[in-house]
Design a protein around this ligand. Structure first.
Ligand code: FE2
Length: 376
């Protein structure tokens, strides 16, 4: 790690710390970001004087290429940065390794949970958790899990994958909330088993591509109680069971199955509620396409934050938005640009820079982010 002045910074260098605006509140560039001309301009605009840089990657910064790659069938504008070769290779390798671990975890979980539903096994929560989610979290890369999950969604969108994703998100949120290691582990277990009751609902209802009839909705809405009872039979930890029972309850009493209110809902179930909604909305479903993370953040803001635990939802939204700062995106007007500024009062509607143009989505309400593009 090396501290250098703004004048010495070059595109391709990688930041070794989070860089905040002068007020210390607004994250401008997160740690681990590969700098581009646009990001350097942003640092100039906010009068940042010096920055700590990861000098292990300094050498490769000079080798950044600017070939005319294409992505998703479209030409990438010149202002979208290309990662240096070494960084790109490391990133590709990381995604590959993650996908292999994810695939193993998914297979294990699918077999274990099916045995559970068919009641021909002894359930050991810790064993299943260690064989699935812990496998994916050994390096503690909490900041990249949101990004990795985007890649995993192309791979699998089953209910089993949803449980694993929710578990990883709960673990990440618990860390953001500074929970103890033990409670982070418990949050992961709550996420992993929250939807086991869904496996007792007939596939033709869960997979139905159109709207559900009132009778079908009634059947689906029994899954929290079925999950609770199933886990109870196996003597599973009460907190994990309560998350299965309460993950569709809302703090304002508008949830189901029991219309519980704030203090009646288990604190861990409140984390699962948030992570469950985020993962479900960012996944393809038989009746709709996946939404972008920013559209989901906007959804949370629109439905009203009073439905959720105040500290947990604010922590989740703010950290998630900051994760996507500097990401390339496609807009509904087909322009491609970078998320350069998160509007704290409208987290789902950031400022996007497209070439020389700054588009403030909190003001230009007819434009939305339609796709998150990976840095290539
Ligand atoms: Fe559910």
């Amino acid at each position: 790690m090396k501290k250098i002045t703004l004048e010495q910074l070059k595109p391709g260098m990688v930041t070794a710390e989070d860089i905040y605006a002068m007020n210390g509140q607004q994250l401008l560039v997160p740690k681990g970001t590969t700098l581009t001309e646009l990001k350097l301009q942003l640092l100039h605009v906010f009068s940042i004087r010096s920055v700590r840089i990861n000098d292990e990657i300094l050498d490769s910064a000079d080798s950044a290429e600017n070939s005319g790659d294409t992505y998703f069938g479209g030409h990438i504008p010149d202002f979208i940065s290309k990662l240096p070769d070494k960084v790109r290779e490391a990133r590709t390798q990381e995604i590959k390794e993650y996908k292999e671990a994810y695939s193993q975890g998914l297979n294990y979980f699918q077999v274990a949970v099916n045995n559970l539903v068919e009641k021909n096994t002894d359930l050991n929560v810790d064993t299943i958790l260690n064989q699935t989610v812990s496998l994916l979290d050994t390096k503690g890369r909490y900041s990249s899990i949101l990004e990795m999950l985007i890649y995993m969604k192309e791979y699998d969108s089953s209910i089993y994958a949803h449980c694993i994703n929710t578990s990883l998100l709960c673990n990440m949120l618990a860390h953001w909330l500074d929970y103890s290691e033990e409670d982070c582990h418990l949050a992961a277990a709550c996420g992993l088993f929250h939807d086991v009751g869904q496996l007792t609902v007939p596939d033709e209802i869960v997979q139905k591509p159109g709207p559900l009839t009132p009778q079908e909705r009634e059947i689906i809405n029994t899954h929290p109680e079925k999950g609770y009872e199933l886990l109870k039979e196996f003597g599973v930890n009460e907190t994990v069971r309560l998350s299965a029972l309460m993950h569709h309850e809302k703090c304002d009493g508008s949830g189901y199955p029991r219309q519980l209110k704030d203090e009646q809902i288990d604190p861990f179930a409140k984390l699962v509620t948030i992570c469950n909604i985020y993962d479900a909305m960012t996944s393809d479903r038989p009746y709709r396409k996946a939404m972008t993370p920013f559209a989901v953040l906007e959804h949370f803001e629109m439905v009203g934050l009073s439905k959720f635990d105040a500290r947990a939802i604010l922590t989740f939204l703010e950290n998630t938005a900051n994760t996507y700062l500097n990401c390339p995106v496609r807009l509904s007007n087909q322009k491609i640009g970078y998320v350069v500024f998160i509007n704290r009062s409208r987290l789902g509607r950031p400022i996007v820079q497209c070439g020389d143009e700054f588009i403030d989505l909190s003001k230009q309400k007819d434009i939305m982010i339609t796709e998150m593009l990976p840095v290539v």
